[in-house]
Structures are given as structure tokens and as C-alpha cells.
Design a protein. Structure first.
Length: 350
């Protein structure tokens, strides 16, 4: 069955890869995005790769009028909700902006959905809701906590979604807790396009490999991990996008409402040095690095118990570290300016 779907934040990194798979699966896709951290060029490429049209509404989830108009003019079977701000350091410096955008924005979205009788939602949560995990691998029943305003915004949204379902069991709500999304579409046409200095490991490594940055700082070499560097569960964005299709299929097949949370990860831990070595092999470039002090707030290791996604959603990750590195490198090498070069070429024409 195919359905009309609203994707908030669909011009962004994960949203654009997900939009591509939804179109390929035959769904009709509308994207709502304020372009605060993305370019419309990502959606142009989604259309080219899928050969299908995508409807784009430039607007904000904190704007009730924009949402009311969108929901009154369209019927959506479900909302896939990516829109949000995601930089941890920025959230510490600007907590009000993060709570306004992420929490208040989600409230506005839920009110508009409720008014329109659209009560099926897939929400982008994060492994950050597990705080500093006491047990590995991390299962969905592990205690939740937050160590910064970004993480707290995800936790608050999960909790308000639980309250919403408890108040009205017609809601079908699935919180997907992503581990560390990396990689790019294998076409080399779509990928992660961070503004400024990347905070996350994979985009930083790929910028070092292409010569845009001199070297990687490895944050800490004295963790209680096999090689002393931080261990994470990296998941290919193409697998992650497929997890959203599986989540939608699951929710729409349920005879009754539900709130649940499911991890999306591979279940495997990868160290910073594993990542550097695999990236060097995949790209044929060297990635110089030096080990420096730990990054404040970092944890030693984090990886998923991915069994619930397998059992319930019939989903599991299929792509490994080699593909994550090779696809990231293809995107980086073919688009050294990210989506910006195409945008400026367009500007010159007009
Ligand atoms: P992204 O910044 O590339 O995409 C988010 C999109 O939302 C952007 O296109 C941005 O312009 C849009 N947006 C932000 N605020 C908006 C608003 N008020 N109204 C409309 N659009 C708005 O980020 P991403 O990496 O694709 O992440 C998508 C979601 O997944 C986010 O909610 C993020 O917190 C969550 N998440 C991401 C990661 C990760 O490592 N990338 C990990 C866990 C969870
Ligand atoms: C970060 C966020 C987390 C978010 C996740 C999404 C912080 C504190 N946490 O987590 O909330 O959900 O991204 O993917 O920002 N590293 C280096 N050098 C670098 C960058 C990273 O050594 O230049 C190391 C880190 O110490 C860590 C690993 O690489 O061990 C991964 O880091 P990163 O990509 O930032 O992800 P997380 O720390 O897991």
C-alpha cells in the first residue's frame, strides 16, 4: 500500500535519504522544512534520483498557521518527524532556542496533527536519551537520562509523546532511537553537508582525507576500550532510512494505537581508530591524526541491542563500515562544497 506522507525536516541529511526511499516505495511525499540547516538542492537531487516529484513547503514547525494550512489542504496518512536542531555544544549555549525549536515545535506539530485527525507519527529520537549507559549493548528498556539540552529536548519529546498516547490511544507513535548515522547515498549525489567545522567524527575525517583540514584530533586515547579510543555504533544512513519505511509499515499495520521506542543501530561497536583505518583504505587517502584530551561530556562506548527492530519491524542493518566509508568518500570527493556549488551556479544564472 502506498500513502501520502509528510516528512518534516526532509531537506536535511537523514530526511532527504528517507524521502528518496519513500518515493521509491511509491509513497507520495510532502516535505516541510525551514531550510535552517539544509539546502533545497538536496530535494532536487532526491527528485532526480527517484524520477518522481516531491512537494516542498518552505515553512516552520513552530508556525501554527503554516501547519494549519498544510493540514487543511492535504490528507496525510502519517508524519515522519525529523525537523529539529541537533548540535550538542550549541544547545548548551542556546538552550531556549533548542527547547523552542525542538520541544515547542513538536507540540505545534502534534496539535496540528490532532486537529486534522492524523495520529500516526515516527519521531527521530537518539541514543543520547540513554545518557552514560550502565550496560552494553543498550536495550530499549535501559534507563533514560540527559546530559545536555539537546538530549533533554529528545527525552522531553519522548515523554510528551507517551503522555499523549496515554491520553488518547488512537495515537500510533514510534520513537526511533538512532545510534550514529553516517554514510551517504551510493550514487555520490546526496550526503551530509555540515555547515562550518564538523562536530561529528565521520564528516571531520572525510574533510581531512580531502585536504580541507590538516588533521583529526582523536578525543581521548585512554578509555577502557580495546584501543583506548571512543567506541560507537555507526549506522549507514541508507539502512537508517529503510528503518523508517519499516517503522511506517509496522504502525499502519497495527489495529490499535501504541507508543513504542526502537533502537536503530548495527549492534557493533567501532573505535575512532577503526574508523580512521577503514576510511584510509576506502578512500586511498591518508588521514593524519593526533590523540588529544577527551572531549568533555563524551562517554567511552555506546552500541545498540538491535534485536527489537529485527523482531518487531523486520529490519536490520545490512551495510558495514567499509560501505559507510566508501559512500561518504564518494560524496565528499564529488561534492567538495557539499550542496553549495550547485546553489551558487543557480544564483549566477538568475
Ligand atoms: P539535519 O540538520 O540535516 O536535518 C534537520 C532538518 O530540519 C534540516 O533540514 C533543518 O533545516 C530542518 N529544521 C530544523 N528546525 C526546523 C523547524 N523549526 N521547522 C522546519 N524545519 C526545521 O539533521 P539530521 O542529521 O538529518 O537529523 C534529523 C533528525 O534526527 C533530527 O531531529 C536529529 O536531532 C535526529 N538525530 C540525528 C542524529 C545524527 O547524528 N545526525 C542522531 C540522532 C538523532
Ligand atoms: C554526538 C553527540 C550526540 C549525538 C551523536 C549523533 C556529543 C557530545 N554527542 O555523539 O548527542 O546523538 O553525535 O551522531 O556531541 N571524535 C574524535 N574526534 C572528532 C570528533 C569525534 O575523536 O573530531 C570521537 C568522539 O570522541 C567519539 C566518536 O569520535 O568517541 C564519535 O563522535 P561523534 O561523531 O561526535 O558522535 P558521539 O560522540 O557519539
Amino acid at each position: 500500500m502506498t500513502h501520502p506522507i509528510l516528512i518534516t525536516g526532509g531537506a536535511g541529511y537523514i530526511g532527504s535519504h528517507t524521502a528518496l526511499q519513500f518515493l521509491r516505495a511509491g509513497h507520495t511525499v510532502t516535505v516541510l522544512d525551514n531550510l535552517s540547516n539544509s539546502s533545497p538542492e538536496s530535494l532536487a537531487r532526491v527528485q532526480t534520483l527517484s524520477g518522481k516529484p516531491i512537494r516542498f513547503v518552505e515553512g516552520d514547525i513552530t508556525d501554527p498557521e503554516c501547519l494549519a494550512q498544510l493540514f487543511s489542504n492535504n490528507h496525510f496518512a502519517a508524519v515522519i518527524h525529523f525537523a529539529g536542531l541537533k548540535a550538542v555544544g550549541e544547545s548548551v549555549a542556546q538552550p531556549l532556542r533548542y527547547y523552542q525549536n525542538n520541544v515547542a515545535g513538536t507540540l505545534c506539530l502534534l496539535q496540528a496533527m490532532d486537529a486534522a485527525n492524523c495520529r500516526t507519527l515516527v519521531f527521530s529520537s537518539s541514543a543520547t536519551v540513554y545518557g552514560d549507559p550502565q550496560q552494553l549493548p543498550i536495550s530499549e528498556s535501559a534507563p533514560r537520562s540527559a546530559t545536555n539540552p539537546y538530549g533533554r529536548s529528545k527525552l522531553m519529546i519522548e515523554e510528551l509523546l507517551e503522555d499523549l498516547y496515554a491520553s488518547d490511544p488512537r495515537w500510533r507513535i514510534l520513537c526511533l532511537r538512532y545510534f550514529n548515522p553516517v554514510g551517504a547515498d551510493p550514487s555520490g549525489r546526496m550526503g551530509e553537508d555540515p555547515q562550518g567545522i564538523p562536530n561529528n567524527l565521520m564528516p571531520f575525517i572525510s574533510q581531512v582525507a580531502c585536504g580541507a583540514r590538516a588533521q583529526l584530533s582523536v578525543f581521548g586515547g585512554d578509555y577502557a576500550t580495546p584501543d583506548g579510543t571512543g567506541v560507537r555504533d555507526y549506522i549507514h544512513v541508507v539502512d537508517l532510512a529503510a528503518g523508517h519505511l519499516a517503522a511506517l509499515d509496522y504502525l499502519l499495520a497495527q489495529p490499535q494505537g501504541e507508543w513504542l521506542a526502537v533502537n536503530l543501530g548495527t549492534g557493533h561497536g567501532i573505535s575512532v581508530l577503526d574508523m580512521v583505518k577503514t576510511f584510509e583504505a576506502a578512500s586511498g587517502q591518508s588521514v593524519p591524526y593526533s590523540v588529544v584530551a577527551r572531549r568533555p561530556g563524551d562517554i567511552a562506548a555506546c552500541y545498540a541491542d538491535a534485536s527489537k527492530a529485527h523482531q518487531l519491524l523486520h529490519w536490520q542493518a545490512t551495510l558495514g563500515l567499509q560501505e559507510m566509508c566508501a559512500d561518504t568518500w564518494r560524496w565528499q570527493a564529488q561534492n567538495p562544497q557539499g550542496y553549495r556549488l550547485s546553489a551558487s551556479a543557480g544564483d549566477k544564472k538568475s
